[in-house]
Design a protein around this ligand. Structure first.
Ligand SMILES: NC(=O)c1ccc[n+]([C@@H]2O[C@H](COP(=O)([O-])OP(=O)(O)OC[C@H]3O[C@@H](n4cnc5c(N)ncnc54)[C@H](O)[C@@H]3O)[C@@H](O)[C@H]2O)c1
Ligand SMILES: [Zn+2]
Ligand SMILES: [Zn+2]
Length: 364
């Protein structure tokens, strides 16, 4: 079928909105008519990486929401007309998948970031007959329709507004899941969240859901810290790394129980780590490059550092839970969303880059 999609043709160039031919779904896939798709920094990582890391022209997008239009022969539990949120894919048979730690699938890169199905095939062809990469995070949702790995599909109640739910598939579940699943923030405890963007503000909202006693938000932009306060932060900090650590220690009376980084900035991560108490745990989700160092003796003193992928989510359970928390008024992530038409995809990227929009969502 013919679809309309945003194609990235070079790692540093703009998106071009094009008509593409889409294959039929395979036995383990479903055809989804996209209603909306959030834009996440991971769609734009090629901007930060050397050109050789770009896997060729492809359709990005990994926070899709839509309606199932056709189902592959081997797919169970989904029907035509189902409302769905799309999330990351996983292999289903490695050690991590076997124990239910789906975001830590040992074949995560191959299943999500290769620009193709795990067998190397791609589902889109352009008007010149050129093959265009697909299956980004199992879905490539910057397209009016896509063939999606069934393992990336989560069914949701049709009473929810599908235009808003897409970001639950990555950014929002990562921020909220870091607090509720990875760190398991306890009532009355203290938590510091560095970076108050899509992940960080979701984490602030989740820390309030978890009834944390002290919620500290760190950012370099005053308007983001105002939002953090609106959503539950009890203290905000802006400043250099020494000021961040000092501010955390002062606000907690000696050190925080948990820290969660979404900046990907090594100096900020270390400042948050140094603001922990001896039993404190740091979760890291922000993507950075290169090395990061921590003081030897403070590590031996008992602190824990853990990576956070997709908020340790079991999407089939966690995404409906977040949607219900939103419907109950306890998790207002929809207030972070600004919508754009597909044709304005480059404006959506620019608005995210200049900080004026927290979570851009493309509407089809
Ligand atoms: N691990 C995962 O599963 C996962 C999932 C989704 C996104 N990510 C990554 O998480 C990161 C955050 O994503 P986002 O959508 O929230 O981005 P965002 O741009 O909306 O938020 C990042 C925030 O960090 C702040 N910040 C950056 N550097 C800072 C510094 N030096 N000092 C103070 N504040 C600083 C920015 O002002 C911004 O408000 C990105 O790197 C993204 O690629 C990781
Ligand atoms: Zn796996
Ligand atoms: Zn993402």
């Amino acid at each position: 079928m013919q679809v309309r999609a945003a194609v990235m043709r070079s790692g540093s160039g703009p998106f071009t909105v094009e008509n593409l031919e889409l294959e039929d779904p395979r036995a383990d896939e479903v055809l989804v008519r996209m209603v909306a798709s959030g834009m996440c920094h991971t769609d734009l990582l090629s901007r930060e990486l050397p050109p050789e890391f770009f896997a060729g022209p492809q359709v990005y997008g990994h926070e899709g929401s839509g309606v199932v239009e056709a189902i592959g022969a081997d797919v169970d539990g989904l029907s035509v007309g189902d409302h769905v949120v799309l999330t990351f894919n996983h292999c289903g048979s490695c050690t991590a998948c076997d124990v239910g730690k789906l975001p830590y699938c040992f074949r995560l890169t191959e299943y999500n970031m290769s620009g193709a199905r795990p067998d190397g095939t791609k589902a889109f062809v352009d008007s010149d007959g050129g093959v265009i990469g697909s299956h980004f995070f199992g879905q490539s949702s910057f397209a009016s329709h896509s063939v999606v790995a069934a393992k990336s599909v989560v069914k949701v109640d049709p009473s929810y507004d599908l235009t808003l739910l897409g970001p639950l598939g990555c950014g929002i579940q990562t921020g909220a899941g870091a607090i509720l699943n990875t760190l398991e923030v306890q009532p009355g405890s203290s938590v510091v969240i560095t970076g108050a963007g899509a992940l960080g503000l979701s984490a602030v909202m989740a820390a309030k859901v978890a009834r944390a006693g002290t919620i500290i938000a760190v950012d370099r932009h005053a308007n983001r810290l105002e939002l953090a306060t609106k959503y539950g932060a009890t203290t905000t900090i802006s400043g250099d790394p020494a000021a961040i650590t000092a501010g955390i220690i002062e606000a907690t009376g000696g050190g925080a129980d948990y820290a969660f980084d979404t900046t990907g900035n090594a100096a900020v991560v270390r400042a948050a780590y140094e603001g922990l108490n001896n039993l404190g745990t740091l979760g890291m989700a922000g993507v950075g490059f290169g090395d990061i160092t921590f003081d030897f003796l403070s590590m031996i003193g008992g602190r824990t550092i853990t990576g956070v992928m997709e908020g340790d989510s079991t999407p089939s359970e966690f995404i409906p839970r977040l949607a219900q928390l939103n419907a109950d008024g306890e998790f207002p992530f929809h207030e972070l969303v600004t919508t754009f038409s597909l044709d304005d995809v480059n404006d959506a990227e620019a608005a995210s880059a200049d900080g004026s929009v927290i979570k851009p969502v493309l509407i089809f």
